[in-house]
Structures are given as structure tokens and as C-alpha cells.
Design a protein around this ligand. Sequence first.
Ligand code: NAI
Ligand SMILES: NCC(=O)COP(=O)(O)O
Length: 329
Amino acid sequence: MTAPPGPVVLSCGEPAGIGPEIAGSAWAALRGEIPLLWIGDPAHLPDGLPWRAVDDPAAAATVAPEALPVWPMAFGAPRIPGTPQAAHAPHVVAAIETGARMVQQGAARALTTLPIHKAALMAGAGFPHPGHTEFLARLSGVPEDSTVMMLACPALRVVPATIHVPLARVPALLTAARLEAVIRVTRDALMRDFGLPAPRIAVAGLNPHAGEDGRIGREEVEVIAPLLDRLRAEGMDLAGPASADTMFHPAARTGYDAAICMYHDQALIPIKTIDFAGGVNVTLGLPFVRTSPDHGTAFAIAGTGTADPTSTIAAIRMAADMARARAAA
Ligand SMILES: NC(=O)C1=CN([C@@H]2O[C@H](COP(=O)(O)OP(=O)(O)OC[C@H]3O[C@@H](n4cnc5c(N)ncnc54)[C@H](O)[C@@H]3O)[C@@H](O)[C@H]2O)C=CC1
Ligand SMILES: NCC(=O)COP(=O)(O)O
């Protein structure tokens, strides 16, 4: 399969975090393999990192073997590792918007976002979205309900059916309509983007022991099980509702291609425990490819040169693979 044209664009994320360092490390690892285009303020890049400004995304492929190609933006304040600057916040948002636009216009093949600090963006830019997933849904004009967050590593794929919401609101948000949308978007993406012709999907229950036949919670018997029965009748390969506490040990993981979970931590704790360095966050249901590392801004180690770029490198490779699969379809 030939690679689609254009670079993988990297939005800089929070400058006070480890984003600038891991962008440099990812470029060094991938410069002969995948052209990157980093969007941000070049004054925030680590000292000594070779970079070159480009004014056309197509130029990234020529520049990348020698220097990190940069789409320069002036953020108006220096980077202080560990301390977000309010002045940066609108530019961090603009970098995501610019990257998404490049991909939607066909100038770049995919978007990999580096970590944002949600509270810093809310305080500094009035950013109303709890994460990239919801923001990119709005930017691309798809209903928020039809985008899905998946985290994937070689050993596991997990999808939280509810994402950045307080735990107390989860039961009310777990409607049959939301769960059906999540299952359909996940299944379609596994077929289209991950080359699985007949995806096997396991669905977790919400309550301990998947509700113990309704004795420890009613969501399984009233919402989840009837929905799964209806979708199985369409031919979908669905297991569950399953006890979440026994879904993630090695033998259990061989039985499915993706696990749909009911809330953020039910999904993210297993994958970040199994493979924190290698996990990738991918948004399903967007009209373009977007991935990101599974970790956050890591303020405590920003600027120390110790940040591990493995997850970012995996995210860029996954974005390139997905873009190739879509171009070939
Ligand atoms: N895609 C995104 O934009 C994401 C953003 N975040 C945001 O990041 C901020 C901080 O979140 P936390 O929960 O503290 O998680 P975190 O992932 O930033 O840090 C958790 C722990 O892992 C370490 N760590 C993280 N990435 C590392 C790396 N590449 N190499 C070495 N060590 C690393 C940190 O030093 C810390 O000890 C929050 O505002 C959160 O919303 C969190 C996850 C994803
Ligand atoms: N915990 C995952 C996370 O916060 C990533 O969210 P998003 O920014 O990719 O929506």
C-alpha cells in the first residue's frame, strides 16, 4: 500500500508539558520513515533540536530527513516547563484547529495531537470541551455522539462508552442509543481502519459482577443485555455484559478484538497498566484520522529530557497506517 500524500501533523499541545520534548524525540526516531509537521512556537522546542519553518505542508517530506518541519506560530510568551501560561492557551487551541484543517483539506494525511492540559485551556481560553475527542467532533461537524475514544496497544483495545464526565452522571448517560452508537462506530472502525473483517467485541457491565442478574444494579438487565441481543440478531459478534473485573487478564483478552467499557477508568486503567508506554489514543467516527499518545502533560518531568516518546511514536505510526488503509479502501 502506498502512503497518502502529506505529512502527519503534530499539534504542539501544552507547551509547559512534555510535548516539545517528545515531538523532537519522535522526529529523531521517524525522520526516515514518516514526514512530520509540528505546529507550534519554535521558541518552545528543546535547545539544539534542528528544526526548519515550512509554509507548505508538502515541503515537510523534503525537510524531515534533516530537521523537524515546523508550521510556526508565535505564542507570545516563553515556555516555562511545569507552569502553564494563560497567554499560550488560545494558541494551543489554534494549533489543533490548524492541524485538523490541514487534514480535512487533504494537505496532511493525519493528525496526531500532543497532550493538552484541560484545566489550563479552560482557564486561559475558556475552552468549553473536556478533551480533543469532543472538540474535534465539533470542528469536523459530526455529532459528538458519533465519535468514540479508543485506546489501543498490541495486547488490548478499549473503548469507554462515556468519556470525560463525572462518575455520578454515568448511569444516566448509558442509554441504549449511546451504547448502540458506540458499538456501531467501533465495529465499523475495526473493519475499515484495522483490517478486521468480523470484529469480536466484548461489552462490560456497569456494576460489580455485571449486576448479578439485577441484584447489584439494573443497567445490565434493563439496557445492556437487551441491546446486545438486538444487535446479535443483526449478526454482530458481541459478548457480555461481562464482569469488568475478569475481562482483562491475558486469557480473557484472547476472546475479543475490543472491549467496550461503561466509563473512562474502567477502560483506561487496564490499558495504562498493561502498556503505559505503548498505548495510543485514537478517535473513531471522525472524517479524518486522529491519534495521540495515551499519556498527559507530565508537568513533573517537563524540561528534564526524561520523557518517554514511545507512545507518541506508536501514535504517529498508527495514524500513518490508518491513513494508508483509508487511502487503499
Ligand atoms: N490527549 C491528551 O491531551 C491528554 C491529556 N491529559 C491531561 O494531562 C494532564 C495531566 O494528567 P495526569 O493524569 O497527571 O497524567 P500524565 O499522563 O500527564 O502523568 C501521569 C504520570 O505518568 C508520567 N508520564 C506521563 N507521560 C510520560 C512519558 N511520556 N514519559 C515518562 N513519564 C510519563 C508522569 O510524569 C506522571 O508521573 C491533565 O490535564 C490531563 O487532562 C491526560 C491524558 C491525555
Ligand atoms: N484520558 C484520556 C484523555 O484525557 C484524552 O482525551 P482527548 O483529549 O483525546 O479527548
